[in-house]
Design a protein around this ligand. Sequence first.
Ligand code: ADP
Length: 439
Amino acid sequence: MIRRVIELLVLVALGAVWGWAGASAAWTFSGAMLGAVIWGVFDGLRAQRLLRWLNKADVTRSPRLSGVWGELLDRNRKLVKKLEKKAQNSDARLEDFLAAIQSSPNGVVLLDSAGRIEWSNQTASNHLGFDPQRDLGQYVRNMVRAPAFQAYLAGGDFTHEIQIDGQGVRPSQPSKISLQIHPYGKKRKLMLTRDVTAVLLAETMRRDFVANVSHEIRTPLTVLSGFVETMQSIPLDEADRVRYLGLMSQQAQRMQTLVSDLLTLSRLEGSPAPGPGEWIDSEELLTHVIQEAQGLTQAIAHPPHEIRTVAAPAFWVSGAKTELLSAMSNLLSNAVRYTPGGGRIEAGWRLREDGGGEFFVNDTGPGIAADHLPRLTERFYRVDRSRSRETGGTGLGLAIVKHVAQRHGGQVEVESTLGQGSRFVIALPASRVRQRVTD
Ligand code: ADP
């Protein structure tokens, strides 16, 4: 400030001296006034430069100003720098925030007060079938055409969620999307979407399972209680009594097998996968299940099947012995039960090229049509319903085999040709197989 006063005084003094030197006292006053005006013009120019810079507020390029204007410029520059830093921080935080929403497994769409898409993450776009960049600014009612959504949007009651068919997926894999709108701010809306396909599928499977179990148990139970009633109301001779008791025992046995298979399945599902601790001789496992199959064919097939083991170098497999035996004997018992008497059944263990091992069962039975193959391991799925029932099948055998295989890191493979026979395989990974060292 003092500097400005000095500048002014110096210019006024110079003007006065110039006036006085040139003429009279009146000129002295005019010279002083002129000095003051010149100072005013220069000062105005400096103020003008500061104002011009403030308009752009570019901290990288600022004018050189001295005195109070320089001071003002400096303070403003610091302020602008501070604000710029603050804005950068806010931008970075906004970016972080959007990146977090972007990576959410749920869909998020922001709608403006007119219902136009302001922002959406990729998940929402996948769920609803629009493009998160191209379709910005579009009315959401034009982008999501499902009638349930149109009615939801028009109704204005957003207290509940709705379900619509997912978009942008293959028709062979239909998906279901749950969607809810949450109004906020000034008539703006937050729309959240969630893929509920798996949840609905699990719910349907649970319902089907309960219905199937009830049905499987009700049938033998009805037969059993029918016999009980008959025996209670009609006097029977010894031969009939024995026959009836035999049939009743058959039904009771059927229920027992079903309950036992159900318990096996729930044990397999509820317990941790077996560790690699126990190493079992593949030949020992094979001998055990072949003996069982021989007994079964003698009991139910006329004439019995020709059951052969296929010779191959034995090896060790690691896992739970009881589980492996149960899975292997399920495959062999299926071969015996579905192959007409006199047919040929082959079973064995062999090493695979990838270092893994497989247990296989080949039969010369009726074979299975290709469209049934993907569903064979579903619980209660049967191709030949009556044959399964006749031979005491529960429809759970292959589901158990699949679980055992998966728990050991492997899988079940099926090849079959109608009229020629089938090949069922339990394939185990190399980590579960160790070759025998021969001496
Ligand atoms: P089930 O107790 O009915 O045998 P599984 O789960 O073991 O149930 O088998 C499912 C279905 O697969 C059977 O009902 C049967 O129709 C078919 N199946 C299984 N193994 C064979 C086979 N070796 N030959 C022909 N069909 C088979």
